[in-house]
Design a binder for this molecule. Structure first.
Ligand code: URA
Length: 279
């Protein structure tokens, strides 16, 4: 590539420019000049994934990323299918299998793998974050990057660790470039996290960050106002006490706010101590 001056631009800088713009996932081997392609005919059938019985179609659609399959069902259909699948999942293993097979969320196409959970399924405390980041996407477990390491230290400060808590995210696939999941992606994934909470059935729920608190607790205020407050989360027949907390990734950027997180952790520890474990 050359600048208008005719000078070559080092591809390293172009890559860095794309990465900083949030483009960090290659979804095809070859670049496509979409502007040079004719617009699709109005009556053209929607793109389909290649099937074993249609090798010619496979060759034709090789350039079409998997994301098109997810996009071919409407968001309403995806939510309906998510609800049906989750209603049938009688255990966390079945829920995980259902998510592995679910094709209704486009994020699955760009993520490396599903990031389902970490920790103890019989834990009294369940923490829910927003969505996996790059480290989580690579390793397949929630909160294993820098924010996760801070979360581990925060839990250790009140005598907890991953053998005593259960951790998941509202959205179980990494959004490209670590962007915030869209409202539509969140709505599609919501039945899964709701069922996950129901199956874990914790005594206390902790929503980490604005996205989790808004989605699960209906918080309208910003997280800096909602943090430290207790909410009631309805889960099946039960009402679970839920605490909104600052996200550890935010605390990495705003270390002065750790004093607020410490206050919330102490409230969590007291709530846990006050409640006898359910038999
Ligand atoms: N941030 C989240 O919300 N979840 C993770 O798993 C990691 C970072």
């Amino acid at each position: 590539m050359t600048k208008s001056t005719g000078q070559a631009i080092n591809p390293k800088y172009i890559l860095r420019w794309w990465a900083e713009a949030g483009v960090d996932v290659a979804i095809d081997d070859e670049p496509h000049d979409r502007f040079a392609e004719p617009p699709p005919a109005a009556s053209a059938p929607p793109a389909r994934l290649p099937t074993a019985s249609a090798p010619a179609a496979a060759a034709q659609t090789r350039a079409a990323p998997r994301i098109e399959q997810a996009a071919s069902s409407s968001p309403d259909e995806a939510v309906r299918s998510a609800r049906e699948l989750t209603a049938r999942a009688a255990s966390l293993d079945e829920l995980r299998d259902a998510l592995e097979k679910f094709e209704g969320c486009g994020l699955k196409a760009t993520a490396t793998q599903l990031v389902f959970s970490d920790g103890a399924p019989d834990a009294r405390v369940m923490l829910v974050g927003e969505a996996p980041g790059g480290d989580e996407d690579r390793i397949g477990k929630p909160f294993v990057g820098r924010a996760g390491q801070l979360l581990d230290r925060m839990l250790a400060a009140i005598g907890l660790d991953r053998s005593k808590v259960y951790i998941a995210n509202v959205v179980p696939w990494r959004p490209p470039g670590n962007r915030t999941p869209t409202l539509q992606e969140t709505a599609i994934c919501l039945p899964f996290i709701q069922r996950q909470i129901e199956l874990v059935d914790p005594d206390l729920l902790v929503c980490l960050g604005a996205s989790s608190a808004q989605t699960l607790l209906g918080v309208k205020d910003g997280i800096t106002r909602a943090r430290g407050k207790w909410f009631e989360y309805k889960s099946g027949e039960r009402t679970i006490q839920a605490l909104a907390m600052l996200h550890p990734a935010y605390l990495l950027r705003q270390p002065a706010q750790k004093r607020l997180a410490w206050r919330d952790l102490r409230a969590l520890a007291s709530a846990l101590a006050e409640r006898p474990p359910r038999s």
